[in-house]
Design a protein around this ligand. Sequence first.
Ligand code: PMV
Length: 359
Amino acid sequence: MNTSEFIAKSIENVVEKASYTWQTPSNIALVKYWGKSNPQIPKNASISFTLNNCHTITTIDFSKKEKSESVDFDLFFEGKQKAEFKPKIADFFKRIQEYCPYILDYTMTIHSQNSFPHSSGIASSASGLSAIAMCLMSLEKEINPNLAEEFINKKASFLARLGSGSASRSVEGPLVVWGTHPEIEGSSDLFGVKFPLKVHSIFKNYQDIILLVDKGEKQVSSTVGHNLMHNHPYAENRFFQANENLTKMATILQGGDIKEFINLVESEALTLHAMMLTSNPYFILMKPNTLKVIQKIWNYREENNSNICFTLDAGANVHVLFPEHEKEAVNEFVKNELAVYCQKNQYICDNVGLGAKEI
Ligand code: PMV
């Protein structure tokens, strides 16, 4: 696998001081990634909707200094210095140093905030790491002004992936594929690419209401979960199935068969959790209210001839997905019947978005 194109080369401009702010989204996978090999190479291809309202806003102030051996940075999360987040980011910088050697020439001050609770199964690492990657690419562009936008997005996704796999899908939108797949032209294990085929209008501006069933920290991190796919009795079948499901999803997204969409999305969510239930050690990330909500969604769909469906990430929260024309009715349903299953009645109304924005 050739990664040399991502190594920053000549320095055209000396940049003494700079500051960039990026807003980058979370994403919700329709075909899930679960299982990887080093360095952050997925065992199967995945596809996600990019979200709009669930995002991270990050500013990095860069100040030039003597080159050092290790990366020098301060990290503030929602205005407060966060020592507990530092090791993960330090580790990320170490992994990307080879591709962005210029980071050793700067003191970096990072200020970050989320529009949603971190470590709650909403992909905060996805938006968080893609935001840092975009800020670094802004600096790289100032150092090397002839970088093309396409390369900037590709390298940002490549860098973000080295921090958290799903972060590679949080640079562009509305649909991103990550992982080499024979039917997706340009797809790669190294970075996410925009879904290259024409998407049926039913999936335009698709809606996602995220029910915050449990906002607590996950008992099992996704790193541990991915590792449990090594020696998992069903792993190879699962990786094969996910790639097949991506083929099916590509057809559905083009043709607009929403019943098939619902079936595939829900099956993917339950299969992801089935992998957790059948690993050793086994674990359960769903909560009783997750199941109650799923039952309610099924009843509502049946009784109202609706096209809502659910999906889950590695957590207890439920994403309720539906076409835009059902927005008013589903909003009422969620407010009246699902909010009670959420912690403090909290949920987030979101829709599909277009990716990272500089602000
Ligand atoms: O990116 P990670 O390592 O946090 O893995 C997340 C995997 C899932 O969210 C469960 C599925 C996916 O494809 O986003």
